[in-house]
Ligand binder design. Structure first.
Ligand SMILES: *Cc1c(COP(=O)(O)O)cnc(C)c1O
Length: 383
């Protein structure tokens, strides 16, 4: 990859849109792979899905197993079922995340307790998890916000005391590491999303990494109505379904796209990390703005989002950037503000403190270092 060229050599400064916040990464090879699948006999869940799962495991799962599904949300819902969560159980979840992390609990009648953010990283606050945990708590969910791993040792220490699982939403964090371990091999369940703007995209899609091999057959059944497809294909299916499943599988069309991106994953990650580093350098000493998650020596950042806190006037900051044809946005909002979660706004002092100040800057594989410099220079001129 050449330094000053975006990946795939596509135009960066789009004439009409300027520097956009997100851009899907679709390798040329993905188009080829999909064409092949479309010419074949398998377009639904077939050999490409199996290959994608296998290669994903090799890259991210340690000794775990990868289960490909139709979306990251499917993967989360599946993990919540596999964790044995039942109506009336309580879970501790991050307040600051994509709603997808928490919506499946509403399907299940599981009671959500929102944990505050850590003010340094916007990841889940370990001390607040400690305050919230009680005998009814049946799981802790964490999100590696922006791509920076949460405090996994501390979360696991708490979970161990209560003998409950930690479920990782790693939608932002494929390729991130924590104390030398790959995200994906640390907890019982780790979920990934292949939605349009994630590191790897299949249009929509997701993956669940499961560490306990005993849960894999159940995961495969629940993914497909509760039916054991392997028995069915062997012709020995006894024609009964004993547990309620869903239609959560991935198709070979999606897997063909996913494989192409997985094969480029190291370059995708390196490009994103290089841009993130350029933001660090470019905004060093800039007044009124600080980057989030830019100094944690024991873990590596997967650089999905570049998030900053602006001291004053976020609306003015966004307007100034827009005038220079740079897009910015909040991306995620505190979940407790939504009516579906009760709409009551919990008393979360750290979240309250950053709510009006956080902002996400453009970061994707179509950008160059020169684009980041331009953005940083614009910011340094003030707003
Ligand atoms: C994208 C995302 C999801 C949802 O994934 P889908 O594939 O869109 O269902 C879940 N959690 C987080 C933190 C995300 O960013």
């Amino acid at each position: 990859m050449q330094k000053e060229k975006p990946m795939n050599e596509l135009p960066v400064m789009n004439e009409t849109e300027g520097i956009v916040l997100f851009h899907p990464h679709v390798p040329e090879k993905a188009i080829e792979n999909v064409t092949q699948v479309l010419h074949s006999r398998w377009i639904g869940q077939g050999p490409r899905v199996a290959q994608f799962e296998q290669e994903f495991t090799q890259r991210f799962a340690g000794s775990g197993t990868s289960i490909a599904v139709g979306s990251g949300t499917d993967a989360l819902h599946l993990s919540y079922i596999l964790a044995g969560l039942q109506e009336g159980d309580e879970v501790i979840v991050p307040v600051f995340t994509c709603t997808a992390t928490n919506i499946p609990f509403l399907y299940m009648g599981v009671k959500i307790r929102f944990a505050d953010v850590d003010p340094e990283t916007l990841n889940i606050s370990v001390s607040h998890v400690r305050e919230l945990i009680n005998d009814k708590t049946k799981a802790i969910v964490c999100v590696h916000y922006g791509g920076l791993p949460c405090d996994m040792d501390e979360l696991h220490a708490i979970a161990k005391e209560y003998n409950i699982p930690v479920i990782e939403d790693a939608a932002h964090a494929p390729g991130a590491t924590y104390k030398g371990k790959m995200i994906g091999e640390i907890s019982q369940f780790t979920m990934y999303s292949f939605q349009a703007i994630k590191h790897i995209t299949t249009g929509d899609g997701g993956m669940l990494i499961i560490q306990d091999k005993n849960l894999v057959p159940k995961a495969e059944r629940i993914r497909w109505f509760g039916i054991d497809r392997s028995n069915k294909q062997n012709g020995t299916w006894e024609n009964d379904i004993t547990e309620v499943g869903y239609k959560y599988q991935m198709t070979d069309i999606s897997a063909a796209m996913g494989l192409a991106s997985l094969h480029e994953f190291d370059e995708i990650l390196a490009h994103r990390q290089k841009l993130f580093e350029a933001y660090k350098v470019g905004l060093k000493g800039a007044s009124g703005i600080t980057l989030i998650g830019d100094h944690s020596p024991d873990r590596t950042h997967a650089a999905w989002l570049c998030t900053a806190l602006v001291k004053k006037d976020r609306t003015g900051f966004m307007r100034t950037l827009r005038e220079k044809r740079i897009e910015s946005s909040q991306v995620h909002y505190r979940n407790d503000r939504y009516s579906i979660f009760g709409g009551r706004r919990d008393d979360l002092p750290n979240m309250d403190a950053v709510e009006e100040n956080y902002i996400v800057l453009p970061l994707h594989t179509k950008m160059t270092l020169a684009n980041v410099e331009y953005i940083c220079d614009t910011i340094k001129k003030g707003w």
